[in-house]
Write a protein that binds this ligand. Structure first.
Ligand code: FE
Ligand code: FE
Ligand code: ZN
Length: 290
């Protein structure tokens, strides 16, 4: 069965239950959220009562909590030492929050070395990860990056260098992002080949999540600008081939495509994906209803 969902907003008052309700409205059977704003690290305490209600609602609707993902805020940077202690302590707290929310997977950008160089960055990242993963019930998924600026994780080799240094390998995994792969220089139109290379360098068993996004830019652009499904340089047929790939059928697929005006387009995009039919008038239709 296709496991598909999108990014949803986690709000202080509606909490995890609110995320589940939004996802059901989108026609999704999984979802991803930040436990607060992605660009800051202010976080509210978790209401256990709300979590229990959310879990009940998920069970009623065949949403497996094991497929639900939390994304760490993107300002957390383990690669550079400047705010390193803060990053480590925030991640420890974030893992605790995930445990309270019964979430198994936490997606993390490996970080940007900002002049320190790749080797030092990889040491910093793995040291930090080993510290936060000690006694963790949560698995951290390193995301494949576009290679913007000094981002670490723009190819499978760099991610493997980090994984190599992780003590408890059952607590580390990878989240692919189709826009980032494209922008980093992988030809996602030939996804069999991408998966072959991933399997050779890292191992397919590490792949636990895929962000499904089109890209505003051509292959190897190193830009990281997401586009709506079918409206970018990757295109609908290639994305469908990835979404329905036999080897990825147990891997949750998460949309992080841009809002159309103020409108989250996930209900419409998920419908298009389920029908496997591209609607080239979709964005115009959404705009006309705004
Ligand atoms: Fe991300
Ligand atoms: Fe992503
Ligand atoms: Zn991105």
């Amino acid at each position: 069965m296709l496991i598909i969902g999108s990014h949803v907003n986690y709000k202080k008052d509606s909490g995890l239950l609110g995320c589940v309700e939004t996802s059901l409205y989108y026609g999704a059977n999984t979802f991803m959220f930040y436990t607060g704003a992605p660009q800051n690290t202010m976080r509210s305490t978790i209401d256990i009562n709300n979590v229990e209600k959310a879990l009940e609602k998920m069970q009623e609707n065949n949403i497996d909590i094991e497929n639900v993902i939390v994304h760490a805020p993107y300002i957390i940077n383990l690669a550079n030492t400047e705010k390193y202690d803060f990053a480590v302590s925030f991640l420890k707290a974030e893992i605790k929050r995930c445990e309270q929310l019964k979430i198994k997977y936490l997606v993390l950008h490996p970080g940007s070395h900002v002049g320190l160089g790749l080797e030092v960055a990889i040491c910093n990242i793995s040291t930090g990860l080993n510290e936060v993963l000690r006694n963790s019930k949560v698995t951290i998924l390193l995301e494949t990056m576009a290679g913007k600026g000094s981002e670490v994780g723009k190819d499978f080799e760099e991610l493997q260098m980090i994984i190599e240094k992780i003590e408890n390998k059952s607590k580390i995994g990878i989240c692919m992002d189709t826009c980032h792969l494209n922008d980093a220089g992988y030809d996602v139109a030939n996804f069999d080949e991408v998966l072959r290379e991933f399997d050779k360098i890292i191992g397919l068993q590490y792949l636990k999540c895929i962000h499904i996004n089109d890209s505003k830019n051509k292959i190897s652009s190193h830009k990281d600008r997401h586009e709506n499904i079918g409206f970018g340089e990757i295109g609908f047929p290639s994305l469908i081939q990835i979404i329905y790939h036999e080897k990825l059928k147990d891997v949750p697929k998460i949309l992080e495509t841009p809002y159309v005006g103020e409108h989250a387009p996930y209900k419409e995009e998920i419908r298009m994906i389920k029908e496997k039919k591209f609607d080239e008038g979709l964005l115009d239709k959404i705009i006309s209803t705004l």
